[in-house]
Ligand binder design. Structure first.
Ligand SMILES: Nc1ncnc2c1ncn2[C@@H]1O[C@H](COP(=O)(O)OP(=O)(O)OP(=O)(O)O)[C@@H](O)[C@H]1O
Ligand SMILES: [Mg+2]
Length: 254
């Protein structure tokens, strides 16, 4: 079964078409990477897929369910790390995870066990008793990630999970994502960190001004764009979106 199916997905904001007729299929058990320059429509696309934003046109199916028709069922079965975190800042990290787990209806012993394991895995055990309002950016991101997976969702969506996290935490997040797909879950994330996308993802898609300009395995994209085998993802990305360093004129520097 396919985990995510987008057909003609479109979102307009006034005269701007943020996501423009996107067709995309993500298979179960994949780690799928969404790339695109700032403003390409990545966050808008993720918000529509998880039911936080209504499409102007087109359809989204997650786990075979139409997201507009089955919003509650989809929300129960997916986990989301949004671009802008809305955490309850007057709770400690631990309290926030306990609260989130209980909200999903998990048994108390299950919530406690998962909370402590997640805090430990994310190197947050020492800070679990501090208020979220006092957390650093990376610490907030890690708590939000833990909250996104505490109910064992079938599909996890992460909007720039590696943004602002240190090397050690980045490795823990990578390990967690690999662990999730190892258990049969599907992971869909956006990122500007090409090395990580290259390392982690089975397939990727590249958005440019709302349009999907490439998708597939990195090898498939190389072949479809006639890009050499020696080129890494950063070069593939730049070539696909049509940005070359030569277009910049720095002659004023002398
Ligand atoms: N609520 C909104 N109202 C008006 N325009 C919006 C809104 N949300 C997004 N947009 C516009 O839609 C386009 C896509 O934005 P989006 O946030 O999806 O990009 P992105 O690919 O996530 O970029 P970034 O890499 O910077 O996070 C942009 O032109 C943005 O200004
Ligand atoms: Mg974004």
């Amino acid at each position: 079964m396919e985990s995510i199916e987008l057909r003609g997905l479109t979102r307009k904001f006034g005269s701007i078409t943020a996501v423009d007729r996107v067709d995309l299929t993500v298979h179960t058990g994949e780690i799928f990477g969404l790339l695109g320059p700032n403003g390409a429509g990545k966050s808008t696309m993720i918000k529509m897929i998880v039911g936080l934003l209504r499409p102007t046109e087109g359809t989204v199916k997650v786990l075979g369910l139409d997201v507009v028709e089955n919003p509650m069922e989809v929300k129960r079965r997916v986990g989301v790390l949004p671009e802008e975190l809305h955490l309850y800042e007057r709770l400690t990290g631990e309290e926030y995870l306990l609260f989130t787990g209980r909200m999903y209806g998990l048994a108390e012993d299950v919530v406690r066990r998962r909370t402590s394991q997640l805090l430990h895995t994310l190197e947050m055990a020492d800070d679990s008793g501090r208020l979220i309002i006092d957390y650093s950016q990376g610490m907030r991101k890690k708590v939000a990630l833990a909250a996104a997976i505490i109910h064992k969702p079938d599909v996890v969506f992460l909007d720039e999970p590696f943004n602002g996290v240190d090397v050690v935490s980045s490795r823990s997040i990578r390990n967690i994502l690999n662990h999730l797909v190892g258990k049969g879950m599907t992971v869909f994330f956006s990122s500007h960190v090409m090395e990580l996308v290259e390392k982690l993802c089975t397939r990727v898609a590249i958005l440019k001004k709302g349009r999907l300009v490439a998708s597939g395995t990195i090898d498939e994209i190389r072949a479809s764009q006639s890009i050499g085998q020696d080129k890494d993802l950063e070069e593939i990305f730049l070539q696909t979106i049509g940005e070359t360093a030569a277009e910049q004129d720095l002659s004023w520097l002398g």
